[in-house]
Design a protein around this ligand. Sequence first.
Ligand code: GLU
Ligand code: MG
Length: 683
Amino acid sequence: MGLLSLGTPLPWSEQKYSDHVRQHGIQQFLHIWKNTKDTKGNLLLWGDEVEYMVVSLDDKNKRALLSLRQAQILKALEIHESEVRKYEDEHHVPEGDRIPTFHPEYGRYMLEATPGYPYSASFDDLLNVEKNMNKRRAIAIDHMHSNEFPVTLASFPRLGAPGQFTDPYYPPTGPASRSFFLPDELINPHARFPTLTANIRERRGSKVAINLPIFKDKLTPSPFIDPTIPFDRKIFPEDANAKDGAALPDHIYMDSMGFGMGCCCLQITFQATDIDEARKLYDMLAPLSPIFLALTAASPAWRGYLSDQDCRWNVIAGSVDDRTEEERGIKPLKNNKFVIPKSRYDSVSWYLSRGPEYRPEYNDIPLVQDEAIKKTLQDAGVDDALASHYAHLFIRDPIVVFSELVDQDDATSSDHFENIQSTNWQTMRFKPPPPGSNIGWRVEFRSMEIQLTDFENAAFAIFIVLLTRVILSFKLNFYMPLSKVDENMVNAHHRDAVLNEKFYFRKDVFTSSDSLLNVSSTGSETEGESMANSECSSECSASDELCKTRSLPPIEEEYTLMSMDEIINGSKKVSGDPDSFEFPGLVPLVQSYLDSMPIDVETRCRLNAYIDLISRRASGKLETAASFIRKFIRSHPAYKFDSVVSEEINYDLVKTVEKLTKGEEWDGVGKDLLGGITAERTL
Ligand code: GLU
Ligand code: MG
């Protein structure tokens, strides 16, 4: 989850370097931008990141715990990796076959793994993804104890529940989180992570407070007042929070960063050929982030309870929300500069590209910006759209500053820039090249929840990659107002959103506003007017007179509410049904792209198996991981229909997930999730 600098992290009370980090961070960005803004022709490379939870299984007592042996496991993996890399270099092993890389994550029970080298745009490489994910899991297992296993659960159902949930046991709380429920020992001990936790809490002025609606089952008390919250316990000053209303009735209350950053996701990063293509991809993928959050929904259980939502995203948003009361608009501004509508971990608030398909009306949500930073960027020649993006990201303070790293050479370092950039955890991330590298401009797609099996994770990774190819080849246009993308984001969290929610989506994905202008322009238009119009579409702001007069359809006509099935699988106009409409669907678009490519039959069949999973998830023929987990819990013999996920249920769930991950399906378990698809597995 970001840069691991070494040194002494400053506690919040001594962190006086916010302006220094911002100013130098922007200078560092400008150095990178000047050096790379005109670079063209970078290869279309990409990579995925898989996050794992290491569980420790106590078969005797039927308990699944989170193993806190991250450091030991990573150390063993590192030694193995360096030995293998040496061999690979000596024997010139092709990049695609090289050993994957493991990284630490926030939770001391977490691991993250990436392919050893980026994948290319080739179809062969697509077929390597699942194998590579398999290999990562197998290598991880080889470096664990025999009772440990790396599961890819997005949220651990009993994290923070009463009793023991970590191995070894530590009693809850600690100076960093001051949590009622989580021990600080669960946080990665690298100085960055406890400091992030403590400084977020201190900057905010209180513990974070996350309240998820409880899933009201047949015997859940109503109102539900959680008996596991120590309302009367007071160790630290903040402990008055729960009592004073931070913990809501009918909700699952969580009070620490670990509940969010202790979740697992699947992220995909693409290298674009140049900065403009990266901006375009960023914009086209942003409206897809809630769609793929809903489709990958995998986190229905929290702190020992079933919740009435299926996704992790808003839990993480709440868990790192360092905004003060002034910034949250609770108190008038006095010590802070801005009222900020969103957490640092949230959806994007600004489109970046200004191609012909862009209309200013798409950027329709308030963008809080640091005007001085914007001016610095503009004075250096950065265009308005990109300057606004960074002027927005840089409204945040650096949360962790290492005293040894305050002074840097802005021409060669990007440390201050990355400090702010990498703690803006948004649905998309626009990534400039690291200084001095041959890496290009990249975008990261960050909303997806991790799936239980490598097959599913490969399917989602591959589908997103194929979508980027389709977007670029077919010049697709997914623009719609960001306020609608944000509404989709809220709805994506809802229980069974895939089946029950409708999402805003652009109706005509082939039109750009440019072509609309051409279609609607009359024959009497002079050449001068037509040029003005196309200039208008890329340059003007919503208030420009020229824009008001141009004959584009109202923005509201460009999008409509669609079901997940319609967005992914398409819809047909039915004669006599005025509400029906024609929409190509993302899967058919990907299929027609593949039809246009020279692909051998075997490759195509194997790609189809992945695409089919996405299609069947969207149509409801297969269930999401969230639905699978909820059903598993509710049909467990020990479940009392009171929303409680007991230790025994949790253990059986984790065992079941372990078996599914290993490719075992038995008595139909997993059939509704995977549809009987058996993939190559090496575990
Ligand atoms: N684990 C976080 C999530 O579930 C992401 C952390 C990261 O950016 O690597 O979204
Ligand atoms: Mg990560």
